[in-house]
Design a protein around this ligand. Structure first.
Ligand SMILES: [Zn+2]
Ligand SMILES: [Zn+2]
Length: 187
């Protein structure tokens, strides 16, 4: 069975060197749907609490919210960083509070201080799915990801391996047989 969660990310990007309107800088509300697959946890009669899936994903993906996403070879990148530097906001400001942890993967690097994500490939809906799966695959039993950005939607199915040890009282992932949230212990 699957538990499914969905949330929005608002960002600006462009398709550098793409022949079409999308080569110009523009913004979206992107919608990410995450489907997690596992057995039903009998204690709570659910696969996984959806708000916990969201919390886990949002912790890292908030890097994409109110962010600028540019490909690593896009000449806008040094131009924008020069402006941020001149304005003294490149390394963050006290009002930039919604900061996720910095990350660097094969597909993307996040700079939370200036709300920037630099990608290896163009951030299409397909590109975003590769980035998201790579960031979350070790944290969630992902069976399917869907990303919708304007008129474009992409999805990919996965075969999650194994099962997660989940708390029989609140449903979240156990850490060494103990629930980090409610303290329940596996008997
Ligand atoms: Zn777009
Ligand atoms: Zn618990």
């Amino acid at each position: 069975m699957r538990s499914i969660t969905r949330f929005d990310l608002q960002y600006a990007h462009r398709f550098y060197r793409f022949s079409g309107e999308a080569q110009y800088l523009h913004g979206h509300t992107g919608t990410l749907t995450i489907e997690v697959e596992d057995s039903i946890n009998a204690g709570v009669n659910m696969v996984f609490p959806c708000n916990e899936i969201k919390k886990t994903a949002w912790n890292i993906l908030q890097n994409f919210d109110h962010a600028l996403v540019l490909r690593e070879d896009d000449p806008l990148l040094p131009a924008i960083l020069a402006v941020y530097e001149q304005q003294e906001i490149k390394n963050g400001t006290p009002t930039n509070k919604m900061r996720g942890p910095a990350f660097k993967t094969e597909w993307a690097t996040a700079y939370p201080g200036c709300r920037l994500v630099v990608t290896r490939e163009t951030m299409t809906a397909e590109g975003m799915i590769k980035i998201v799966y790579d960031l979350l695959k070790d944290k969630l039993n992902i069976a399917k990801l869907t990303f919708r950005s304007g008129d474009n939607t992409a999805s990919q199915e996965y075969l999650p391996e194994g099962t997660m040890d989940r708390c029989p009282c609140c449903g979240i992932a156990m850490v060494n047989g103990v629930c980090p949230k409610c303290g329940c212990r596996r008997k």
